[in-house]
Design a protein around this ligand. Sequence first.
Ligand code: SAH
Ligand code: SF4
Length: 343
Amino acid sequence: MPNLVGRPRREIEALLSGSVDAPYRARQIASWILDRRATSFEEMTDLPKALRAELAGPFEIRDPAIADRTTAPDGTVKYLLALEDGATIECVAMPEGDRATLCLSSQTGCALGCAFCVTGALGAGRNLEPDEIVGQYRVMARGLPGQVQRVNLVFMGMGEPLLNTEAVEKALETLYETVSPKRITVSTAGIVPGIRWLAGLPRPPKLAVSLNAPDQPRRERIMPIARRYPLDELLDAVRTFPLDGGRRITFEYVLIRGLNDRPADAVAVSRLLRGIPSKLNVIPLNEDPGHIPGLARPADDAVEAFAEAARRHGLVVTVRRSRGQEVAAACGQLKGRTAATHA
Ligand code: SAH
Ligand code: SF4
């Protein structure tokens, strides 16, 4: 049965053309699904009752099921969602006043095997379908506090979005109908052809690149994909990414004790990024001895010293507060925990 979730309005219109008499009906239904996160036709009170009943036969409005939900004292909500085939994924909602950032997964695992990443330690998974991506948005948006007016979406959950371009493209087209491309960020480990593909979309979202090291040898050590797409090629691709309206490229940098955390490393990063309108997002490692043994988060003063050195050398730097640590809200961590429990 076709699921109406994860489809842009034009596709819903085409699917429903035999069932509804006027195009505005299909638009109403699309808006119920995306803007109001309806879970059934019955809720669509401005549709004739007979039509609601008629649509419920051949069409579904289906989201992933919530297998587990944990809320941290700071309001961060981590979801473990179960998909139709039994695979599970996680996503995280981080409300803050009248805004919220929703972190989406693009695959059920990740084949890229970065040394510091729990998703990577769990291994490869399958690509998510558009409805499974948009479904994460719908589930999390429904659970947000009432005062949230504006959401940002980041593809920073499980998996590599630029290895699932087909579903990501359709999910973006759908999500753009309710969230502006300016508020959507796709994060990549550095898939060069994927970055060029994203740059060529009619309306590209924002780009984040997981840099994580100040030079090629160290990047290769912790990110195997760096061998395939070396830093110089990666940065060349990034330089061609469209930056309309004062946008910047976000570079994520997971700070790992003794590995990439010296102030001199920050200086090297500032040299690498010279000339690229960028923002460095420093993320102190979320430790997980079970999945990423031997890797530690630097002490707070080392994190500050790194950030300060990068700032002194001209970079715009943010340090990610570890939100929702109590609920293990790092990349792949809730899933890691349940996988371990059931092992
Ligand atoms: N595959 C994409 C998007 C998902 S990973 C990518 O790599 O960009 C999203 C972010 O989580 C990346 O920046 C990654 O570096 C970061 N990350 C992975 N494991 C982490 C950990 N243990 N602690 C902190 N950040 C982590
Ligand atoms: Fe995959 Fe990103 Fe994790 Fe690397 S950091 S293993 S690319 S999800």
